[in-house]
Design a protein around this ligand. Structure first.
Ligand code: GUN
Ligand code: FE
Length: 425
């Protein structure tokens, strides 16, 4: 058993923080939390304690939607909406990942950045290229970060050098899965079935991927109802489907396996009901939605309906990897929704947004994102001393850290109980 002592802050429910001033976490050898304590019980008092003093200790962050090959486009190219943005800026950059040396060069920086920002778990889009995507997965294994890595499938409406066939997408995903299972990384890094979105995938591709997910018991990730022109295009491409979500569902890609759907800015009615019925995750990406002018997802409606929700950076639609900034944007965008609906959709509280980034998003990976017995210890130790020139409560300290702090304040990072060293870039 290992013991850690710090100011513990986490969200067992979305409605309130649980705060243990100078509390203790007891962690088993396998990285699972045994118990948290306000003060140390008699029987544990002989054990050594790692004492982080007056620092904050919070669950590690979860980035449920991010595109590794778009790393170089971060912070540029925000003058177009989704569809022209993809063809003008995104596809040409992703095509470069046919070169595994280029992939290595970019992906090292990408994985380093996730480590730096405290994103201990992520769901990642690679490209159609098997060598580069395997390189990406290997870098996650080396870093000790938990991840779901997707070999992207696309066989229509894309340049010739950025298409694979259904057979290739299936074979390359299987090969990646096999490669990872031989790595001995205890499933921390796994593959995830990744149709880019409906406009990129023929019915043959979607059929093959749905079958693959079912046969191999793999999770699924994609994009849903992000942008109005995209939704209109999907209606034309899949006229038999009753809504965009139904176009995935018909191929076994909408909750038949654990499923992440990024954006959902315009999800309502039947699509919303389907997400609830099939436990499909909404991945809210508010920075991306602002940058490429997609819209504002009604997160309160999703929460009220009991649909699982997590947060994503969606780099490079999103300009920033920091989950702190994503929490901040999620709250601020929810306040715009609140104003626009004349108060009908209540905005997110701080604890709700923090919960989305930790326990709610973490639930996609198992028992992840909270400091409760049975949870894997993913944690960040925060050195916010410079922000505390006056007295603030611990909850205020966390709020100030979320709004004013950054990765430089993260002193140590843990994923599944292991303290991570800085990955080589
Ligand atoms: N829809 C299909 N591909 C993409 C992508 O790369 N980024 C975003 N934001 N939406 C998409
Ligand atoms: Fe995306």
């Amino acid at each position: 058993m290992k013991l850690y002592r710090a100011n513990l802050i986490f969200t067992p429910t979305k409605d309130a923080f649980r705060i243990l001033p100078h509390g203790y976490i007891a962690v088993r050898e396998d990285g699972i939390i045994d118990q948290v304590y306000e003060s140390l019980p008699q029987e544990l008092q002989s054990l050594p304690v790692t004492d982080y003093g007056d620092r904050l200790m919070i669950p590690g962050f979860c980035d449920l939607h991010v595109h590794a090959p778009q790393y170089r486009n971060m912070g540029i190219a925000m003058d177009l909406e989704l569809l022209p943005w993809l063809t003008t800026y995104t596809f040409p950059e992703e095509a470069k990942f046919a070169d595994v040396n280029y992939a290595d060069h970019i992906y090292r920086r990408f994985v380093h950045e996730l480590w730096m920002q405290g994103s201990m778990r992520s769901a990642v889009f690679g490209t159609i290229h098997p060598e580069g995507t395997r390189r990406l997965a290997d870098l996650f294994v080396q870093a000790g970060l938990g991840s779901r890595i997707g070999l992207v499938a696309m066989d229509r409406n894309a340049p010739d050098n950025l298409r694979n066939t259904p057979q290739q997408a299936v074979q390359d995903t299987l090969a990646l899965q096999q490669h990872l299972s031989q790595h001995g990384n205890d499933d921390l890094v796994q593959t995830i079935v990744t149709p880019r979105f409906i406009p990129s995938c023929t019915p043959q591709m979607l059929t093959a991927l749905g079958q693959l997910a079912k046969e191999q018991n793999l999770a699924v990730q994609s994009h849903l109802s992000e942008n109005r022109s995209e939704i209109e295009w999907v209606r034309e491409l899949e006229p038999e489907s009753s809504c965009y979500g139904d176009a995935y569902y018909r191929y076994g890609l909408f909750g038949q396996q654990p499923t992440l759907m990024a954006h959902c800015c315009y999800t309502e009615g039947e699509e919303l009901q389907m997400m609830k019925d099939h436990h499909v995750y909404v991945v809210h990406c508010p920075t991306s939605n602002c940058n490429i002018a997609s819209g504002m997802a009604p997160i309160r409606t999703f929460l009220d309906a009991g649909i699982p929700v997590g947060l994503g950076s969606d780099v490079a639609g999103g300009h920033n990897f920091s989950i702190l900034r994503i929490i901040q944007y999620a709250i601020q965008v929810s306040k715009l929704v609140y104003a626009q609906t004349h108060g009908e959709l209540q905005f997110l509280s701080l604890s709700e947004a923090f919960w989305l980034a930790t326990k709610s998003g973490g639930s996609f990976f198992g028992k992840v994102g909270s400091f409760e017995p049975g949870y894997e210890l993913d944690a960040l130790v925060i050195d916010d001393g410079y922000l505390n020139y006056d007295h603030y409560t611990l909850e205020q300290r966390l709020e100030r850290y979320i709004y004013l702090g950054d990765d430089r304040d993260i002193r140590w990072r843990f994923c599944r109980g292991t303290k991570l060293v800085e990955p080589v870039m």
